[in-house]
Design a protein around this ligand. Structure first.
Ligand code: KG4
Ligand code: ZN
Length: 345
């Protein structure tokens, strides 16, 4: 243990306050406090998120240290999410990380949230675990982002495609909302779709050139479909909920994977990964496995606990940055919007 790097990581970009302790690439603890306060508003309320982060951050960090049986004075560095995310939420994690690192006189490591989702694949859970080899391609799908990223090394990542409007998670969450499902709707759509016929209804697959995505038309397509059906029969949504969820989810996942497949062929890579909250989706996970089996590629799908927001992924990103000397400065500020490629200079 004495030669290993002990790192505390903090994530506070949206509605999860999380802290994790890593020893090199192994996770000793990963504590996540999910903010329930947003459920009744049908989406994250930024002001409430900041307040909840303030309430959670100290106990969450204390719990992470306790579970890891580490004292703060043993830490070698502190990694934190510098962005992208909600400004007020990021400010809480950033200020806390700065104060603690300054008090302990240890380096501060600013981490890009979307890079961290990808780097979650490098968390070492078992000694014989297979990790992706470079270069590989990763579909990063969350509530705020949808990107196809060519990953050349832990620090060298290139965005080769991304959504020009809504993110995939947003497309699922907004669809769930119009069907009266709780926030966040993605997991509910996933659950309901399991009992539905994915080919009962057809929605138009968006058409846009290259490896970019667009989800706003699909969302509108669903909205008009539901309006029309509801005008004819007000019990339609309730009665057909499973089939609507299955059919809509089918279009979203097949669309995501069609572009990913094309990008993998174009960049001649045989290792294909998923990352981000939507990678918890059971249809997306099984369809990627099938695609890779068919093509003779290798699929990398993160364990469920590392799909949605967590500090362990910030820790693993921070660890690789620390190894390369990419530490931050005391006057670094949170970056609400922050291009992935511009985040490591
Ligand atoms: O990565 P994440 O936790 O937060 C952001 O960085 O945005 O992703 C949250 C997104 C939400 O849109 C949520 O509905 C979606 O991930 N999500 C899912 C599932 N679990 C979470 N979407 C579909 N199926 C799921 N099982
Ligand atoms: Zn995320």
């Amino acid at each position: 243990m004495s030669d290993s790097i002990l790192l505390l990581a903090i994530e506070s970009s949206c509605d999860e306050t999380s802290a994790s302790v890593l020893s090199n690439d192994r996770v000793l603890s990963n504590v996540i406090a999910t903010q329930k306060v947003h459920e009744k508003y049908g989406g994250v309320v930024p002001e409430l998120a900041s307040r909840a982060h303030q309430q959670h951050i100290v106990p969450v960090v204390q719990q992470a240290l306790t579970e890891a049986t580490i004292e703060s004075k043993q830490l070698n560095a502190i990694a934190y999410t510098q962005g992208p995310g909600l400004m007020g939420a990021l400010l809480v994690g950033t200020s806390f990380a700065k104060s603690m690192a300054m008090a302990l006189n240890i380096p501060l490591i600013p981490v890009h949230h979307m890079r961290a989702h990808i780097m979650a694949h490098f968390i070492r859970n078992t000694s014989d675990q297979k990790v992706p080899e470079f270069p590989f391609i990763c579909l990063t799908v969350s509530g705020g982002h949808t990107q196809i990223v060519l990953v050349n090394s832990p620090l060298d990542m290139q965005v080769v495609g991304e959504t020009i409007d809504d993110a995939a998670g947003e497309a699922l969450d907004k669809a769930a909302k119009v069907m009266g499902l709780p926030y966040p709707g993605g997991p509910h759509v996933d659950r309901l779709a399991k009992e539905g016929d994915a080919h009962k209804y057809t929605f138009t697959t968006p058409s846009i050139a290259g490896f970019n995505y667009s989800f706003s038309g699909l969302k509108t397509n669903l909205l008009y479909f539901l309006r029309e059906k509801n005008a004819q029969d007000s019990s339609f949504i309730e009665r057909e909920l499973n089939h609507i969820c299955a059919s809509y989810q089918c279009v979203v996942t097949e669309y995501l994977l069609a572009k990913l497949e094309a990008a993998a062929i174009h960049y001649n890579v045989r290792q294909v990964a998923l990352a981000g909250g939507v990678s918890a989706n059971s249809a997306l996970r099984s369809k990627l496995s099938q695609l890779c089996e068919r093509r003779g590629w290798e699929a990398f799908i993160p364990p469920m606990g590392y799909c949605t927001d967590n500090a362990a992924m910030i820790g693993i990103s921070g660890y690789y940055q620390f190894l390369q000397g990419h530490v931050g400065a005391w006057n670094d500020v949170p970056r609400a919007s922050w291009p992935l490629e511009g985040s490591l200079r």
